[in-house]
Design a protein around this ligand. Structure first.
Ligand SMILES: O=C(O)C(=O)C[C@]1(C(=O)O)C=C[C@@H](O)C=C1
Length: 270
């Protein structure tokens, strides 16, 4: 089973469809990202979750749960995100409902119209709520598919503040499934905590990548949640086959390291 953040018509479903096609796993909607991690961890299932967005950055809940749960990243795909205002009548709208990431990606547009906002669990959930309430004062920010599915009008298209809006989605699970297409690249993700807070501590870590000519594709810090001012670093890099020697070397300089996997990166059209 391949769990995704639903209901039907969410952007995560789009990414889910890509991975479902690649693996032949059947899709199953859930209502929270938590539920996806729970199912993956307890029932050996697979899940698709948003990881980062080109406008708003990291989906912090996903990042935090990757640290907490015993799951691996098994694949990655980037999906174009085009947000739309959906509902009944644009002139009557007072409140727009959507996922917090979607509200943030359309911040300027919402401000220009002076609407209030309400955050819900996904863009598709927002469309479902507006359709159920049948209230002209409500609008949702969602996909065209969600508008069709829940019988709403598309009142404005492509309303995100920056046009080239993409979200990166990851496939999570315990064991790599069989993929029926070739990836465009392989990546590795690790999470580390530095041994001590001293000059050059991070530099010595980064130097190990530079010395081995390994290209980093992301480095991001998140609070360790242990103490204010203590961070963990999420590092993505282009895979280079055997990484054993690199990890041995890194282990000497870190207080903690979690290996999240070496995984294929797919194009959205397969
Ligand atoms: O609400 C949805 O449709 C989702 O799939 C979630 C989500 C997210 O969590 O980032 C996915 C992509 C977009 O960036 C906006 C919302």
């Amino acid at each position: 089973m391949l769990y995704y953040l639903g209901p039907r018509g969410s952007f995560t479903e789009k990414a889910g469809k890509v991975f479902s096609k690649l693996t032949s796993l059947p899709l199953q909607p859930t209502s929270t990202i938590y539920e996806i991690f729970e199912n993956v961890d307890k029932n050996n299932a697979y899940g698709v979750v948003p990881s980062e967005n080109s406008i708003e950055g990291s989906v912090t809940l996903t990042q935090d749960l990757l640290l907490e749960y015993d799951v691996k990243i098994l694949g990655e795909v980037d999906i174009d995100i085009n947000h739309n205002l959906v509902g009944y009548n644009k002139d009557k709208i007072e409140i727009v409902i959507s996922h917090p990431q979607a509200l943030a990606q359309c911040r300027k547009y919402i401000k220009e119209h002076g609407w209030k906002t309400k955050a819900v669990s996904s863009t598709a959930k927002a469309a479902e709520i507006v359709a159920k309430k049948k209230d002209e004062r409500l609008g949702a920010i969602a996909s065209i598919e969600a508008a069709k599915l829940y019988g709403l009008k598309v009142l404005d298209r492509n309303i995100q503040d920056y046009k080239n809006n993409k979200t990166r989605f990851i496939l999570i699970g315990k064991k790599t499934p069989k993929f029926n297409a070739e990836p465009i690249a392989y990546k590795t993700t690790i999470i580390i905590e530095l041994k001590e807070d001293r000059p050059g501590a991070l530099y010595h870590i980064l130097k190990k990548f530079a010395e081995r000519n390994i290209n980093l594709t992301r480095i991001e810090s998140r609070p360790s949640k242990k103490r204010l001012g203590v961070y963990v670093f999420y590092i993505d890099f282009e895979s280079h086959g055997d990484e054993k020697e690199l990890f041995e070397s890194l282990n000497k300089n870190v207080a903690y390291m979690k290996y999240l996997g070496t995984y294929p990166v797919f194009r959205k059209y397969i």
